[in-house]
Design a protein around this ligand. Sequence first.
Ligand code: ZN
Length: 657
Amino acid sequence: MESLWNDAEAANFQGDLALRVYTSRLLGRDKSLVLHGGGNTSVKIRERDLVGEERDILYVKGSGWDLEFIEEAGFPGVHLDHLLQLSQLKVLSDPQMVNELQTHMTRASAPAPSVETILHALLPYRYVDHTHADAVLAITNTGNGETRIRELYGDQVVVIPYVMPGFDLARLCAERFPAERRASTIGMVLMNHGVFSFGDTARESYERMIRLVQQAEDYLAAHGAWELPPAPTRAPRTSRRAQIADLRREVVRIAGFPLVMRAHQTPRAIAFADRPDVAHLSQQGPATPDHVIRTKRVPLLGSDVNRYAADYRAYFERHAPRAREPKTMLDAAPRVVLDPNLGLCTAGRSAKDAAIVADLYSHTMDVIERATALGGYQALPERDIFDVEYWDLEQAKLRKSGTAPQFSGEVALVTGAASGIGKACVRSLLARGAAVIGVDIKQDVANVHSGTEFLGIVCDVTDAATVSAAIERGVGTFGGIDMLVLNAGVFDGGQMIAALGDDEWRKVMGINLDANLTLMRECHPLLKLAPQGGRVVIIGSKNVRAPGPGAAAYSASKAALSQLGRVAALEWGGDGIRVNVLHPNAVFDTGIWNDDVLAARAAHYGISVEDYRRRNVLRTEVTSRDVAELAAEMCGALFAKTTGAQIPVDGGNERVI
Ligand code: ZN
């Protein structure tokens, strides 16, 4: 563990709060210190307010901010004198505490101050840093953790036994810290929770944190507990998509709402799941209460989701009467699954959430394995875990994260996703909260979207092996395929039948028709498992109903594709899969059209380009986005009772009408 302090970098941060931002980001950069919004930092600054009064203000990390990316706006200022008075109270309920923090801020628009604000206030140092460092947890979470921590740190830290974060913890520290601090004290260890450091400057406080964590790492190394057990170099390569999709289906059934599932078949995860003592190690509880909301108390081992749910309900029943607000909805579905074949699988309402859960559990595995090597991992009693999992303040945060978007937790696959209608479909589905697998023969499919919710795969849809590999990868990343948008296609440039060669005909049929049969056949078992029922949207063409001369292969391929879709609607209705066909026409913002081609076609009809664009009954232009929005809606609740339909999206065409 090295200090990342850099004088040149630090010079860009002028002032006490700016330096607080800088070293907070340094902590955030190291994932073994803090993860995904974990940890918090503060600085105390004397300021003159608008009426000329000098006030001490505590700037502390606000909720919703991640240390790695925090800015000054992420630190609400709270009146320090009031916080110190609060710390002297005998009791303060959570709602009261939240109210006091929020009504004593200097900026009404600032985020809510951390629940650990009062604790930061009462530590008599300018800068205070707090992390949930893996190395410290690996020592505290053992049978004789407190003895070890004292032996390791001596008077450098004050040790506080575990108490749930919030006012009670602040109250205990207010009592213990002044009594137990010595001249050499530079930090505080909260058992089974994390570590604090403090100092006069941002750098001093930060570097003391690094020093304390380095000492913990050295201690683990000296006790043969730092090196993680070796993992096999390569995971066996077999198809696991059916197993992953089945597992996701079961987890979603228990949860009652769709979830994305990510399979991390890393050698390390597989080795952990394969440990003979994995049941003993993994079923005790999380490394820090900070993780429990997202990971749940324990992972599912193997695939018996019903058994997990029954155990979870029993755990809830054992402790629920103690919950301060037992109105909470019970959700007994696991978020972490350990399986020797699949490795680590994680579930979340979005791909991002599932990825966060995976990060949290990866660090949990490190802590558990090191604590085990040190003499035995020991998590908190389950009652303490429950208190955090169903803590009013955490539940309030969950509620605040609000109503889920339309396709939250669902997965779509779009072909021809790199441009035109396909790219627009990716956007429309992402905007509705879906995770999207985009396939295209073009390399730039990878760049259609940069977030965790999108996976771009270069794939020739006419090559069955490549299609199968793409589906395997897509299911490993998101857990299934619930929606399939068959959009990839080519237009043969206006060949009359008399001149149409066999090769050209076969090429168009291969892409526009045959490839879609392969895709539908490969995706059918997955669509069958879709939690809300599978949906297929086929991008047809106006040419199906109103063909024109010179596009025989294109028109015939799209007509056959529509017929394939209609048969699929009949065959798959019993599986709850809806199949509908859209017939766009004259969508000019796609790859095959450019200004020259448009001008030439307009000239051909003797009209302006503007008129040519709107050559339909409604005199309106049809864009890729229009088609994509309809395709996305066809997958939604509005069309829940519709299958086998053929819907034009063409501004009205006289020959079709
Ligand atoms: Zn904490």
